[in-house]
Design a protein around this ligand. Sequence first.
Ligand SMILES: C[S@@+](CC[C@H](N)C(=O)[O-])C[C@H]1O[C@@H](n2cnc3c(N)ncnc32)[C@H](O)[C@@H]1O
Length: 292
Amino acid sequence: MSKLFSGKGFSGNIKITQNEFLKLRDIIYDLSGIYLQDNRRFLVENRFAPRLSELEFKNYSDYIDYLQKHPKGKTEELGMLTELITTNETSFFRDNPQLKIFRNYTLKKLIDEGNNSGRKEIKIWSAGCSSGEEPYTLAIILHEALKDDIQKWRIKITANDISTNVLKMAEKGVYTKYALRTTPDYIIPKYFTEKDNDIYQINPEVKRLISFGKINLNQDFSVKKVAPSHIIFCRNVIIYFDKQMKQKVLGAFHNNLLDNGHLYVGHSESLHAITDKFKPRQHAGTITYHKI
Ligand SMILES: C[S@@+](CC[C@H](N)C(=O)[O-])C[C@H]1O[C@@H](n2cnc3c(N)ncnc32)[C@H](O)[C@@H]1O
């Protein structure tokens, strides 16, 4: 994170008081729905100190005042805040056992139904897509499943994130070998072009299936704009939300999903005691959630 800033002014870590932490936590929560647990003070200090130095603030109270009162603080700085507070960890083919269930169960069902009815359409929403590895993985799996038949299908993957920085990377579609660390070997030459040593560009036939765009899951009006989906992937995102925000987002997913739609959440995430709008189904290594 610190490489984003020149770090002029203060070089050391600026300490945040408990009162300042609570105020900043509220601002972050109102903005994004991301809830910082009490033990995240250290993380805030680590991530925000270079920004405070750059703006030449001596303490967090001045920064909070800026966010609440200054015309630039109330607008542009909220974008900065978003970049600092989001965790964008991801990779291609993240959680392979879950993706196998997606391929062999959910996708197979949709493809069979489409072939039988003649309505060959698949709409997927990757909510919290980070730098694009997740939606590109889903697009590759669709190519692998449909092969040349893919031309006969109307496919749309809507991929959103709150962070402008990661969306820029996603649009570019250029990755280091590290992003491909959990990708099956045969996939890489088939769907990527090696540009340079260990730099890979996603191929256009994968890219054309995806529309990237900025969406804040905490803003009802922007979430409602997403076209109805057969499948939603929202993995490793709700883990950062509190119960109230989780319920709000899961309610929005329920509204967005078409009948019998499936929801995939992250390996360590569960809908238990959060909502009864989805029926869980246990598979080997993962749970799929079905719209009731
Ligand atoms: C840890 S990444 C997960 C990426 C991918 N889904 C995966 O599992 O590999 C979480 C992403 O959620 C995004 N995010 C957090 N809060 C959000 C919000 N309110 N609206 C939209 N995206 C959000 C972050 O910017 C981040 O890119």
